[in-house]
Ligand binder design. Sequence first.
Ligand SMILES: [Zn+2]
Length: 136
Amino acid sequence: MKSLTKADEMLIEEAKNIIKSKYKRGHTRHTVGCAIRMKSGDIVYGINLDGIHSICAEQTAISGCYTRGQLDFDTIVAVGVIGKDFKVLAPCGNCRQFLSEYAPSINIIIDTDAGKRKVSLDELLPHRYIEHVKTL
Ligand SMILES: [Zn+2]
């Protein structure tokens, strides 16, 4: 578990800003924003889609990275609208497995009892399922 850098704090603000620009009170859609900082410094964004078929903001952001061909992941953070506040959210179980498959080396910003910290996927999802590739 690592302390946050200024760049990490800025990434949280980026995630807040993407959800502020998409979130409309009274609607249930787009209540989570996600920002991924690539090793190049580029930021890729995602928002959740929570219709009948839903997808988390982390997954739309990772999909955007793959669409751009940018796979040099550094750090991810998701921010959700909780009441009137924006809070850093830990990835759900589905997203933890998704990150394990598509961005296993990414750092994840979470909010802990000791404050916001940056963790690895090994810390967030120990003993995770890893598909074994079959060789023919
Ligand atoms: Zn999720």
